[in-house]
Write a protein that binds this ligand. Structure first.
Ligand code: FRU
Length: 460
């Protein structure tokens, strides 16, 4: 048996071995994507191809820590029901033996192309290769090996190729650390997806490494999305260990950009990736986790899995700001309509539920979920605050966002151990894990507004 088959067989055994323990975890999500066993991180290869949505993700099946990642694969026709597909990439070759790291997908000549980073470590010395795999059926992928080697002027922290087509040409951005150990994004050009010409640095300026770049046009503006490392906390900003956010700007031979804005204001969000779907929507998935941020304290590790992805979101640019909305397909998740009222206390709320509070009036209010997470708002200060007990020591920690005008709407998705909170139709989003005591099932709403609550269907 070759190395690839051997690894795939080992994964299968690992999934089977822990299936029951994983499924019995009360914190297991029932409508978010989570790993069958082990660790999930970045969404990868996100694309709609011949009508079908394909989503891949970074997967370490053998432990609940990071390591030599696989590309797991799911497909969907409606963004709500997901089919598990065979593993797309296993770290079985010399050029990716320590991980098939993050990357993207593109369709060309009726084939699905995956560009990813081959991570190699020999005696703790890192090497990086930008690799290609292609598929005719969207299920089986043939590795085509190394396409791009590390250019001069950069360290081996050079990864996460995102590829797109524009005006008949192909482009690629890669997250890169310069030799002086500062973060940047570089770009390449190609006529045929095979021969790539290095174009230089697209953007740089702060932090020591920029991961997972994504470059696209949104409502007529160029957007560079990336996950910088090395930013210091500054007031209400950059509170997580690493950030994810965007800059808007003008693209010529490089990218002249404005202020960096965090995409999400919650505790766990990183490494998002977007795609343009066949309806012309810019859709985003993110990882509901942050590397090196108290990962060792997650209670789900006892059940042999850790982390999950966000819900799919549609992006729009409004008044120079990216808005993120849960995709409209998610209404199909709604099961029972529980209430349509004004509050204040709701008992026995299911662990998979959706809550919409709109037409908010009054200066202040709060929502407490399962005696764990509290969302406070103050319409005079225009602030929204999410607080929860810290995952490691239980001390209350908080994240704050400020709305442009006033708070009108709070839309919440709860899935066993996570919450995603969309403020004012996506002006601000707070994404967080929520490890509430499973005996707590009360939601308290002290706010003036119209409240609707639904239980949501189980999809996983
Ligand atoms: C971001 C990241 C990427 C890398 C991948 C490895 O979370 O560090 O830069 O490709 O995860 O799993």
């Amino acid at each position: 048996m070759d190395r690839d088959q051997e690894l795939r067989q080992k994964v299968q055994q690992e999934v089977e071995k822990h299936q029951v323990t994983v499924a019995s975890d009360p914190y297991r999500p029932t409508y978010h994507i989570a790993p069958p066993v082990g660790l999930i991180n970045d969404p990868n290869g996100w694309i709609q191809w011949h009508g079908i949505y394909h989503l891949f993700y970074q997967w370490m099946p053998f432990k609940t820590e990071h390591g030599a990642k696989f590309w797991a694969h799911l497909s969907s026709t409606n963004l709500v029901d997901w089919e598990e597909e065979p593993i797309a990439l296993a770290p079985s070759d010399w050029f990716d033996k320590d991980g098939c790291y993050s990357g993207s997908a593109i369709s060309h000549d009726d084939q699905l192309h995956l560009f990813y980073t081959g991570n190699v470590k020999n005696n703790s010395v890192r090497e990086t290769y930008q690799c290609l795999a292609t598929s005719n059926d969207g299920v089986h992928f043939d590795k085509k090996g190394v396409q791009i080697e590390l250019p001069n002027g950069f360290t081996a922290h050079f990864r996460d190729p995102k590829v797109w087509k524009e005006d008949g040409k192909f482009y690629m951005v890669i997250g890169a650390q310069k030799e002086d150990e500062t973060g940047s994004v570089v770009w390449y050009k190609s006529e045929d997806l095979r021969d790539w010409q290095f174009q230089g640095i697209l953007a740089e300026g702060f932090g020591y490494m920029w991961e997972c770049p994504d470059f696209f046009s949104l409502d007529g503006q160029n957007v560079l999305l990336f996950s910088p490392q090395g930013l210091k906390a500054d007031g209400i900003n950059y509170r997580n260990v690493y950030q994810s956010g965007y800059v808007l700007g003008e693209w010529t031979d490089h990218f002249a950009f404005g202020a960096f804005t965090e995409l999400d204001r919650g505790f766990e969000f990183y490494a998002p990736q977007t795609t343009l779907d066949e309806k012309g929507r810019r859709l985003l998935f993110g990882w509901m986790g942050v590397p090196d941020q108290k990962e060792e304290y997650h209670p789900t590790k006892k059940h042999h899995w850790i982390h999950q992805l966000t819900l799919p979101r549609e992006l729009k640019l409004k008044h120079g700001k990216i808005y993120q909305k849960p995709v409209e397909e998610l209404v199909q998740l709604r099961d029972k309509f529980l209430v349509n009222t004004h509050g204040p206390t709701f008992k026995s709320i299911p662990r998979a539920s959706e809550m919409l509070l709109n037409e908010i009036s009054g200066e202040k209010g709060y929502i407490t979920i399962f005696d764990y997470a509290t969302i406070d708002f103050d319409n005079k200060k225009r602030t929204i605050k999410l607080s929860r007990p810290a995952i490691d020591n239980g001390e209350i920690e908080e994240r704050v966002g400020i709305v442009e005008k006033e708070l009108k709407e709070i839309h919440i998705f709860i899935d066993h151990s996570s919450i995603e909170i969309f403020i004012n139709g996506g002006e601000l989003v707070f994404t967080s894990r929520m490890f509430a005591d499973i005996s707590h099932s009360t939601i308290e709403v002290q706010a003036q507004g119209q409240l609707s609550l639904w239980s949501l269907k189980q999809k996983f």
